[in-house]
Design a protein around this ligand. Sequence first.
Ligand code: FAD
Length: 237
Amino acid sequence: MSTKFLHQLKRKASGLIEDRLLKTGKVLDVRKWDSSTIVEIDLHLPSTTMDDWNEVPYMKCMVADLTFRDYTPSGWDVETQTCTLYIDVNHNGPGSRWAQQIQTGDSISYLGTNTTRQTPVNTSSIICLGDESGLGHLLAMQQLSLPVSRFSGAVLIGDEQGRKLFTEYFKTPLQPIARNDIYGHHSLTEWLLQQSYNLEDTIFYLVGNSTMVSGLRKVLRKLGFSNHQIKAQGFWS
Ligand SMILES: Cc1cc2nc3c(=O)[nH]c(=O)nc-3n(C[C@H](O)[C@H](O)[C@H](O)COP(=O)(O)OP(=O)(O)OC[C@H]3O[C@@H](n4cnc5c(N)ncnc54)[C@H](O)[C@@H]3O)c2cc1C
């Protein structure tokens, strides 16, 4: 098959997907953290109903031609159909490049939204641990944890300025933690070992890179927590 024919085929497939399957959202605001690696994107999604978002959702965004990446809406408002994405851009990939060039007023295309099936279970203590790519997921868990007093945990934020900003800007019990190892599981483990959690009423939610998620799961098992007390969502490896 010639390269020219392949290109034509790809363009046609792309056109078909765009016309028939994609939904459109509007970018209301973009906030790039100073000296940090997170881009916050406020979206209006007029074709998406949010009133059944009882579990943490995710949306499949088109980040380049026929290329899709999953991101987690948080802080959603059912009436205005708005939400915010938190995208970690500290690496080179199509999703990261897409997030870095996005601007207020842009339109975005997405295939739709779905559920991660994660939701705070009915227990007195919900502990969420994650990295920068899991920030949206952690904040969505906070939004769903009612009463919010049972929600706490920690999030890795690589740079000091980012951690300061996080503490000032976010109304959350999540503690920003410095990253002292590549994937962050040693840093989060160190933090975890300084806490004292009840072995019975605590459920952990781990979210972000797969090395960190599996490392923390092992630590929690060693500490005596059972498999059903550990809910994990590995995003990338
Ligand atoms: C359900 C779900 C929800 C998700 N929600 C979010 C979200 O809200 N925010 C978010 O940032 N990501 C989220 N992710 C991860 C996201 O979908 C992509 O996998 C990730 O952003 C990488 O896409 P990319 O195209 O930038 O890089 P890729 O092309 O996929 O990867 C390029 C290289 O970068 C590495 N890499 C990928 N991500 C990171 C990272 N965050 N830090 C360092 N290195 C990395 C990869 O291992 C690879 O070597 C979610 C994933 C899932 C499955």
